[in-house]
Design a binder for this molecule. Structure first.
Ligand code: ADP
Ligand code: ZN
Length: 635
């Protein structure tokens, strides 16, 4: 480690008492970060990289990727260089490391020339532990020259999937990062991503020349996220009920497809009393920056956003991610919902979905400029997502098996597990639906076909003489809502399709015939309406403490943290995470020694904040006592 001068971190790798890498790593974990145990494969990755090996680390969001390069950096000689795609992300990481007592700096376009000169001379003196660099800066010759003059502990390539040209986070400059291997063959490289799909992994290995790197792949499950997908009825109202019932005062993200809709929904939530802000690529950089920073720095802010929002959002306490529109693939759904619950506390992934979503997504694919092969691929990806939406089995099992990551039994923490979907034999209904679509020339949308089934004399029915059809009014055993559900599910299952060139008319598919010929039995699910609250009822609210006393103490700690964060101009979680505050409220440490045992309280934070938070805890005990006296009627 490069601690020189007055750094307060006491770990030195030359310490004779620390004789194995593992022990050194554990020592740093506990002293610097205040954590007792490594998670998953962290320890393996760390010891591998500390010895100079290259690594490719696939870990879900919240899995703890940062420690995988931060700790080996501290174990090796020299400065750790981290390539990170977003300035906001770098700023937060630097702030968090500084709070831990480390010397962290960054080089990007937000740094003034004077500051830069200062950082560079400190780099030459070895007076920096970790340096964050934007990729476009890294590949400039002066930077590479600088790096050849200083001792570098390792290169970490964060958000490595930005190198993938197929992904929506593609960054041109990432393509040049293979230069690291060429110019600095002896310095270990560690690439990290939460992207789960196989083609992207291959692309990363190829483009970053990581063929010899050891692959560390954690499972992709996010057990603390509860998945829930409900049928769209009145989406804004469904959303509000969900927020009111389960997420009072929590922060979260609401995803919408269009820019206009994000603004409309944000305004609407605001009127309903929630602190909601829009975010999309059409807003000025200033507004985006302001909204994002409020979301990161204040408690309880909701961001209503398009997919432009999210990459590099490191906020650990996002308690829900809600989708008002269908994403385009399981990858996108997994990545977006993955922004919830990084801190490991319970979080919700909630989505409303309906036939209109299918129609819209299909038309987006068909009208794109992609070639036919690519369009077919996109349709297949959408189909897989529809399968997830319509499944009657455990959502987590469906989701994970898509990524080739099987779990043996149902998870018990998704809507279909908690509130098993009822199914019914829809074979006859399917036949009727296919028949009517065919009989009307495959030229009409689901709404009109349902009207015919129900025998409604609408203007359109009269205009096309559809009241004369033998099928007219022959579907009265089901309600309008049930028929739309039948059409939606048949489309999702591929027994019918939507023709986008003809304004969303329902068409037959090769599979339709097998239904008509009686070759298949079709099991359909009964739609659950409402906010899906029943699924949530078995759980305590959000990640907050359950009993009133702990909750009150937690709130006092949180209030103090908010003040400190504001004074320091950093997000609150940079000071302490909610998990750490909850641990304090539960264990009620009363001495510095006891405080040091709380997970997340490392040496530097103990020195800086220990006494301040002990004081808050002390006050809550005193106020408890005062309340106790009259009740006990002592004397
Ligand atoms: P990722 O980058 O993989 O999404 P982070 O590195 O941000 O995840 O880690 C997620 C959270 O988990 C962070 O708040 C981090 O401090 C915490 N964390 C990581 N490793 C551990 C550990 N071994 N013990 C306790 N908390 C940890
Ligand atoms: Zn489940």
């Amino acid at each position: 480690m490069t601690t020189q001068g007055d750094s307060s971190i006491l770990v030195t790798k030359d310490d004779p008492a620390v004789n194995t890498l593992r022990e050194t790593a554990r020592g740093i974990l506990s002293k610097v970060f205040g954590y007792g145990e490594f998670r998953g494969e962290q320890e393996e990755v760390i010891t591998h990289v500390a010895q100079g090996g290259d690594a490719f680390v696939l870990m879900p969001t919240g899995g703890g990727k940062s420690l995988c390069y931060q700790i080996p950096t501290l174990m090796r000689n020299g400065i750790g260089v981290v390539i990170s795609p977003l300035i906001a992300l770098m700023q937060d990481q630097v702030a968090a490391l500084t709070e831990l007592g480390l010397k962290a700096e960054m080089l990007n376009s937000a740094i003034s020339a004077t500051e830069q000169r200062d950082i560079i001379s400190r780099l030459h003196r070895g007076d920096v532990d970790i340096l964050y660099v934007a990729p476009e800066r890294l590949v400039l010759e002066p930077t590479l020259e600088l790096f050849s003059q200083i001792t570098i502990a390792l290169f970490a390539i964060d958000e490595a999937h930005c190198v993938s040209q197929w992904g929506h986070d593609f960054r041109q400059e990432y393509l040049s990062l293979s230069i690291l291997h060429q110019r600095f063959p002896d310095i270990p490289r560690i690439a990290l991503t939460a992207t789960a799909d196989e083609p992207t992994r291959k692309e990363i290995i190829e483009r970053l020349q990581l063929k010899d790197a050891r692959l560390f792949s954690a499972g992709f499950d996010r057990p603390n996220i509860r998945y829930r997908i409900i049928i769209k009825e009145n989406p804004k109202k469904q959303l509000l009920t969900f927020l009111n019932d389960e997420h009072q005062g929590d922060s979260g993200i609401v995803y919408c497809l269009s820019r206009k809709k994000t603004e409309e929904v944000a305004r609407w939530l605001k009127e309903a009393g929630r602190d909601a802000l829009p975010y999309h690529a059409g807003l000025s950089a200033g507004v985006r920056q302001k909204n994002q920073s409020r979301f990161l720095r204040e408690d309880g802010v909701i961001i209503v956003a398009t997919i432009a929002f999210g990459m590099g959002i490191d906020k650990p306490d996002v308690r829900f991610v809600a989708h008002l529109d269908l994403p385009k693939s399981i990858e996108a759904y997994y990545q977006e919902t993955g922004r919830a619950g990084r801190d490991g506390l319970p979080a919700d992934a909630w989505m409303t979905y309906g036939m209109a979503d299918v129609v819209l997504q299909r038309s987006l694919i068909d009208s794109s400029y992609a070639d036919d092969l690519h369009k077919r691929l996109e349709h297949r990806k959408l189909n897989a997502l529809l399968g997830l939406c319509e499944t009657t089995s455990c959502r987590r099992q469906v989701l994970l098996s898509y990524f080739g990551d099987e779990i043996l039994s149902p998870c018990g923490n998704c809507d279909t597990c908690l509130n098993p979907a009822e199914t019914w034999d829809g074979t006859l209904a399917a036949k009727k639906a296919i028949y009517i679509a065919n009989q009307t020339g495959q030229r009409f949308g689901a709404v009109h076909l349902v009207d015919i089934m129900l025998g409604k004399m609408t203007e359109r029915v009269t205009k096309f003489g559809h009241d004369k059809l033998s099928a007219f009014g022959r579907g009265k055993e089901l309600s309008e809502r049930e028929w739309s559900s039948v059409f939606r599910q048949l489309v999702a299952m591929g027994y019918l399709s939507v023709d986008m060139e003809r304004y969303g008319s329902i068409k037959l598919t090769p599979e339709s015939m097998s239904v008509m010929q009686g070759g298949v039995n079709i099991s359909l699910r009964k739609d659950h309406l409402g906010s899906g609250k029943k699924a949530a009822s078995k759980r305590k609210k959000s990640g907050k403490p359950t009993d009133q006393r702990t909750e009150n103490v937690f709130e006092s700690l949180r209030a103090r943290r908010a003040e400190l964060a504001k004074e320091a101009g950093v997000p609150p979680y940079v000071i302490f995470h909610d998990t750490t505050l909850i641990a304090m409220a539960e264990h009620m440490p009363s001495t510095i020694e006891e405080m040091s045992k709380i997970s997340g309280v490392g040496e530097h934070k103990l020195a800086k904040y220990g006494a301040i938070f002990l004081e808050v805890l002390g006050k809550t005990i005193n106020s408890d006592k005062q309340e106790d006296i009259p009740e006990q009627q002592v004397n």
